[in-house]
Design a protein around this ligand. Sequence first.
Ligand code: UGA
Length: 432
Amino acid sequence: MKVGIIGTGYVGLPTGVGLATLGHDVVCIDAVAEKIDSLKAGKITLFEDGLEELFRKAVESGRLRFTCSMKEGVGSADVVILAVGTPPHPVTKEADMKYIHAAARELAQYLTGYTVVANKSTVPVGTGDAVDRMIRDVNPAADFDVVSLPEFLREGFAVHDFFNPDRVIVGANTEKAANVIKELYAPFGEKARMLFVKRRSSETIKYASNAFLAMKINYINEMANFCEKSGADVFEVAKGMGMDTRIGAKFLNPGPGYGGSCFPKDTNAMAYMARGYGVEMSLIETTIRQNDARKTQMAERILNAVADIENPKIAVLGLAFKGGTDDCRESPAMEIVGALLKHGADIIAFDPKAMDNAKKLVGDKIKYAADAFDAARGADVVAVLTEWVDFKSLDLARLKTEMKTPRIVDLRNLLDKDEAVKLGFSYVGIGR
Ligand code: UGA
């Protein structure tokens, strides 16, 4: 099938590479010329494990192309996928629809033959109807359907998740459109469990899923607070809870709060929508509030660990919002760094992939290290803020020799606490 994808970010690019790998003929469209120039030159524009090789192969096969021209990408497409950003409004936190609306109006001009416009961006319920109206306004003769095709890829695991989808949710209001999406996913065979629902249900499923996962994380973070006071171990508690298949073991890792470009944005957008409908969603509202407060509490935990030292040097390990990605958007690590800076802290940081993106946010307000040991050199405390697997196997004995005072604040419970204590570190973790 011929597929046009609008937007080459963390959703659009892996989706384009994945669909081309499955054998579809894909054109990725982006208004940002530098991105398209880079992709055309064979240089990938974001880090995702395993993506670069597939990207190269797909480009070589001739099934993956890039353009700034909407006409070129949309003109002959059977399916046009919208994968543009819906960032939160700075004040109301509702999803900002300007990129969706602009894309809908522009693509409308170039539709030829029957086309399915599939929306992968996370959008307020009812957006499918709005996009439908916009396209009809601009091009009343166009033959098309708008479907909701929410994305469930996790950053850092986008390639894995693309090829191993838990589910494919399709919100299609016509059978014709549903059949086109079936054909798009046909190369997956039985692997893709597809659920066909009303367009508004599909749009809701995306928010309901992300908000639920955010609540689950907030729940285990609260439970960690309780364990710290009660003498229980949150690891053991999470393990025991997770053995109940109704609860499930995933997303029960306590930490410094959830971040990234999805959970904070989507919980806020869901709460905003609910308020608009006059529906009380107190669980989500509470989760948002507690997650915001958690970052400050975690910064205080680090400061408390060095409260006895004048002008302590803090080594931060991890700046990305989670392991496996270079993305610092709404990163709890960056917010904690911000809170520490407000206290005048002297910070040196290391992240295996995210330092360039971090520099765009905090510049030279902090120093950057070449590796974890370099960061720890002369430091009074090492604070682990991102769950990078690389940090898990850190040589703690060597880390200790680099530090001025051997103290660890491990906000991801990543390091081996018993070994750290045996080596003479003072160790503060989460929930135990
Ligand atoms: C999330 C969802 O997991 C994807 O299914 C969805 O497609 C995506 O949002 C989206 O809407 O586009 P992502 O933001 O990439 O994916 O990251 P997650 O792996 O879900 O992690 C989000 C945050 O929660 C991170 O800060 C992570 O460290 C934190 N987290 C996650 C925890 O603190 N504990 C956990 O047990 C799991």
